[in-house]
Write a protein that binds this ligand. Structure first.
Ligand code: PGA
Length: 255
């Protein structure tokens, strides 16, 4: 049984998929299929240009809209970047930071992830902070060290009061987009490690109240077993979030 102090959050990460018109349809369909499912929060993190259409389609439903990245400066000469204030004004409530694809392909480091998380929280966005080990680290038996270090570095300087607006997504990099899902036991083990690190960094109460998701090939077939684990408080879902019927089944599994 999960403590009732924690909110279960099922979030989709559309990555670089869906034009604004496709986004409008997919949000409408997701909202219709998940209407009245009050056992979890439902979030869709969409490409920047899809945000206005997605927000419009989600109005009055239980679907919340998020972005997939944010810059750490408030404004200025940062061609191609998007600020937290821009996201907020366009209606986004959430933002993903530190996704492994940003770390792998776009040079994101724990330092920039930390700065992005702080900027987003300071502006009033809710943050989904992603971290997780790569395959070689798991095989070398250093998952605990890697994930603990990422948690500490990525949260450096973020005060306890802001932790209510921050979700951690444990995403083993070897499980993302590969069809290889962590077993429920592996997911539980690492989510529990992260929670222990949070207890040390903040307090047992903050650790107990923080939502920790699992992400990496979560789908309508495996979600129920993963979500049944005590320390797995939701999911960050890539591929399966693009198909509203599949995503809605994951939301069902979280009820
Ligand atoms: P996946 O992606 O569900 O397609 O593995 C998860 C993620 O990248 O957040």
């Amino acid at each position: 049984m999960k403590p009732s102090v924690r909110t279960t959050v099922i979030a989709g990460n559309w990555k670089m998929n869906m034009t604004p018109s496709a986004a409008r349809d997919a949000v409408r369909e997701t909202a219709a299929l998940t209407a009245g499912k009050s056992g979890c929060e439902v979030v869709l993190c969409v490409p920047f240009v899809d945000i206005p259409a997605a927000v419009e389609a989600a109005r009055g439903t239980n679907v919340k809209i998020g972005a997939q990245n944010v810059h750490f400066e408030k404004k200025g000469a940062f061609t191609g970047e998007i600020s937290a204030d821009m996201l907020l004004e366009s209606g986004a409530e959430y933002v993903i930071v530190g996704h492994s694809e940003r770390r792998q392909y776009f040079g994101e480091t724990d330092e920039t992830v930390n700065r992005r998380a702080k900027a987003a929280l300071d502006a009033g966005l809710k943050v989904i902070l992603c971290l997780g080990e790569v395959l070689a680290q798991r095989q070398a038996g250093i998952t605990e060290e890697i994930v603990s270090l990422q948690t500490k570095l990525d949260l450096a300087g973020i005060p306890a009061e802001q932790m209510k607006d921050l979700i951690i997504a444990y995403e083993p990099v070897w499980a993302i987009g590969t069809g290889l899902t962590a077993t429920p036991e592996q997911a539980e083990e690492v989510c529990a490690i992260i929670r222990r690190v949070l207890a040390g960094l903040y307090s047992p109460a903050v650790a107990e109240a923080t939502t920790i998701q699992y992400g990496g090939s979560m789908n309508d077939g495996n979600a129920a077993q993963l979500l049944a684990k005590e320390n797995v408080d939701g999911g960050l879902i890539g591929g399966a979030s693009l198909v509203p019927a599949k995503f809605a089944k994951i939301v069902d599994a979280a009820q």
